[in-house]
Design a protein around this ligand. Structure first.
Ligand code: HEM
Length: 287
């Protein structure tokens, strides 16, 4: 029940009415060489986003471009405000370019990389594709990760590891050490994140964002953020008990890689299903 409510809330949030003229006839002009994402082909303007040429928010991500591009002409890979999608792209389980991702690819990547069941992922991937359709005003069958950057669509304020759109001067999607430090400070010396610590951090970030955003900007998407917190608790702890290992959570958020190097495995706990997520959200609310 709660889980279906969460899905509905997330689905509604992605309704974005930027009807921009587009053309879908272009061949992608990006390609990257291995782990360092080096661009090997020259950049030419994308028509997919009409007047924006590139995604409305990716245009502002100069820091990501300088980290990932070795020459002036390249287009950086697309990345999103979601640490899970970014990590899967960085691990090569999703296309490293972060572009043209289908539902089937998303379901397979989350299954292999994080042991999530298809019932959880399919509807979220469908909302990402709906967001592509809204942005491009075409019928999409795939999405680019940076399409999720549109503020107040699937993206929201008070994130655990991202600046709000206003505070970040348009960058609401790159990992922010400044924001994440607030969460790590809140957790202090704890090595295990239980429901109370997870929910406390989530509320603290909502409070801080509300107090520091431009007046009238903050929109609390509580159900969605509860879902995201439940996701990382299950992935790096247990789908029933929570109790995520903080070093794994920290590595995943800050490196946007899966924490294999710290001994984590996708199968260190049971498969994560819609039912287990619904139950965890209820525990989080009660914490
Ligand atoms: C197709 C599936 C998914 C889509 C489309 C998606 C999309 C998103 C989006 C748009 C955000 C940004 C919300 C914000 O503004 O903070 C986000 C955040 C987040 N996602 Fe995902 N997500 C997906 C699956 C997952 C999964 C399976 C996990 C589990 C590990 C996950 C973990 C998170 C977390 C923890 C955040 C919060 C980041 C923060 O607060 O800094 N996501 N996701």
């Amino acid at each position: 029940m709660l889980f279906s409510l969460l899905i509905r809330v997330l689905t509604l949030t992605v309704v974005f009415s930027a009807a921009m003229p587009t053309s879908s006839d272009e061949t992608p002009c990006w390609s990257y060489g291995g782990d360092d994402h080096r661009c090997t082909q020259p950049w030419r303007p994308s028509k997919r986003f009409g007047m924006f040429h590139r995604s409305p928010v990716a245009m502002t991500s100069s820091s990501f471009k300088s980290r990932t591009c070795k020459n002036a002409n390249c287009v950086p890979p697309a990345r999103s405000p979601c640490p899970a999608l970014n990590a899967l792209a960085n691990e090569g389980l999703l296309p490293r370019s972060g572009r043209n991702i289908t539902i089937a690819q998303t379901v397979a990547a989350f299954s292999t990389g994080l042991n999530f069941a298809a019932d959880v992922i399919t509807s979220f991937a469908a909302t990402a594709i709906a967001q592509c359709s809204n942005i491009t005003n075409t019928t999409c069958t795939s999405f680019d990760l940076d399409m999720l950057n549109v503020p107040h669509a699937a993206e929201h304020d008070g994130s655990l590891s991202r600046e709000d759109f206003n505070f970040g001067r348009g960058n609401n999607h790159d990992f922010s050490p400044r924001v994440w430090a607030q969460v790590m400070d809140y957790w202090g010396d704890a090595e295990i994140i239980d429901f109370a610590l997870a929910e406390g951090a989530r509320r603290m970030r909502f409070r801080t964002a509300n107090e520091t955003d431009l007046p009238g900007w903050f929109v609390p998407k509580t159900m969605q953020s509860l879902g995201e917190t439940s996701f990382y608790m299950a992935a790096f702890g247990d789908p029933v008990l929570g109790n995520a290992r903080k070093d794994w959570v920290h590595y995943w958020f800050s490196q946007e890689r899966l924490p294999f190097a710290l001994g984590w495995k996708p199968t260190q706990r049971a498969e994560i299903t819609g039912a287990s997520m619904a139950a965890m959200i209820a525990k989080m609310i009660a914490a």
